[in-house]
Design a protein around this ligand. Structure first.
Ligand SMILES: Nc1nc2c(ncn2[C@@H]2O[C@H](COP(=O)(O)O)[C@@H](O)[C@H]2O)c(=O)[nH]1
Ligand SMILES: [Mg+2]
Length: 391
């Protein structure tokens, strides 16, 4: 326990709002929840990697994505070179905002989808403009794709900022953007350039070269995993990142606890997990009709071997030989159950940062035997936009 923590005066105190000074635990270490969870029922605890275990430094990582995106816009999509001088304010955008692609607006809504605040580029819209575009409290749009984009991951902050900059730029310099470009077109260009930065190595190559520049060191991760394992629970990782990158990031995060981190073939961090699934394609990983094949990954070579043969359904955990490796690629939540030998989703707790990819989808997975949902919880929610006061 945190040495600075003050014990509650009585057991009853946990049900009430503290009336005196809050405990002297730093805000970053406090835990908030919106429902109860009986940990006694949980036999396996899993984690997402990017922005969950790996806390990227937005001032370097998101800036890298921002500048990489601009470079692609200029070099591949004919945007003017002056964009290369633009700067990124990583503190400006927050998750929870919605981009109106057609109108070039950034919206903050309350939980009833009422637009509380709207900006056109970086200019706040007047109440009259807002009502003209989005109606009154009685008429609501669905604010969903394809006309809107949700800023629901920390990866999207740079792209939202760049979209707002481009909206202002196009309004004052219509002749400077490629002909035929409108706001929605600009959003599409930004999106595809960001996507390419994630896929072509622009970001991952730089992080692999110098992880400490882009990822916060977190000395609490290994003790936490050790504590969970010591309690008899299985631990697992399910990430959309592929094996080579996952290995780099996890080596860095667990590095201070490992002896020979310098060796590129040191996969010692794997000892903290029972199962590692990379390239998981969440959210579809959690869809019950997902039939994606599962591959075993050979950690040293990265070679993929078909794994469905070894863990084909139905699996009886007692009679099947244990798979040789514990690193996989692809598959679905059914594979995860069999690999962990859990009978019911309700025994699994999954911790992620992405409200749609990691949380909502996984909560909807209905276990066919028990009709219980996989438990999922969100970390890092502090920098979501809080729903406005419903006044
Ligand atoms: N191709 C794209 N990949 C993206 C994008 N935004 C993020 N990412 C990648 O997804 C994983 C997230 O991993 P997880 O551990 O949180 O499941 C990571 O590799 C990112 O680089 C995108 O817009 N396009
Ligand atoms: Mg993540």
């Amino acid at each position: 326990m945190d040495s600075g923590a003050v014990e509650p005066a009585s057991t009853g105190a946990i049900w009430s709002t503290p009336s005196v000074e809050p405990r002297s635990i730093s805000i970053g270490k406090q835990i908030f929840c919106n429902r109860s969870l009986n940990m006694r029922n949980i036999t396996a605890v899993g984690f997402d990697m990017d922005y969950t275990l790996a806390q990227y430094k937005p001032e370097t990582f998101e800036a890298l994505a921002y500048h990489g995106t601009i470079e692609k816009l200029v070099k591949d999509l004919n945007y003017p070179e002056e964009l290369l001088t633009w700067q990124f304010d990583w503190k400006y955008m927050v998750r929870g905002l919605v981009l109106d692609k057609k109108r070039g607006n950034i919206l903050k809504m309350d939980r009833h989808k009422y637009v509380k605040v709207a900006y056109h580029g970086f200019r706040e819209m007047s109440k009259e403009e807002k009502v003209a575009a989005y109606g009154s409290t009685l008429i609501r749009d669905s604010f969903d794709e394809p006309d809107y984009a949700l800023i629901d991951t920390l990866f999207s902050l740079g792209e939202a900022y760049l979209f707002a900059q481009l909206v202002d730029f196009m309004d004052s310099n219509p002749a400077k953007v490629p002909s035929g470009t409108d706001y929605a077109h600009m959003y599409r260009d930004v999106r595809s350039a960001v996507d390419l930065c994630h896929r072509d190595g622009t970001l991952k190559r730089m992080v692999a070269k110098e992880p400490s520049r882009y990822i916060n060191e977190d000395l609490a991760i290994v003790p936490m995993l050790q504590m969970l394992r010591k309690s008899g629970r299985s631990t697992f990782l399910v990430t959309n990142s592929l094996w080579d990158y996952t290995d780099v990031v996890m080596n860095y995060l667990c590095g201070p606890y490992m002896s020979d981190v310098s060796s590129s073939h040191n996969h010692k961090w794997l000892e903290y997990f029972d199962v590692v699934i990379t390239g998981s394609s969440k959210p579809s990983f959690f869809h019950d009709d997902n039939r994606t094949g599962l591959f075993e990954v050979e950690p040293d070579s990265g070679k993929l071997l078909n794994a469905d043969l070894q863990i084909g359904s139905p699996r009886s955990s007692q009679h099947q030989p244990k798979p040789i490796h514990k690193v996989y690629q692809g598959g679905n939540v059914g594979h995860l159950h069999r690999l962990l030998s859990v009978a019911s989703s309700s025994q699994i707790l999954y911790v992620g940062d992405h409200i749609y990819g990691d949380i909502l989808r996984s909560k909807k997975v209905l276990d066919k035997n028990t009709h219980a949902n996989l438990r999922a919880c969100l970390i890092n929610s502090s920098n979501y936009t809080a729903p406005s006061n419903e006044s």
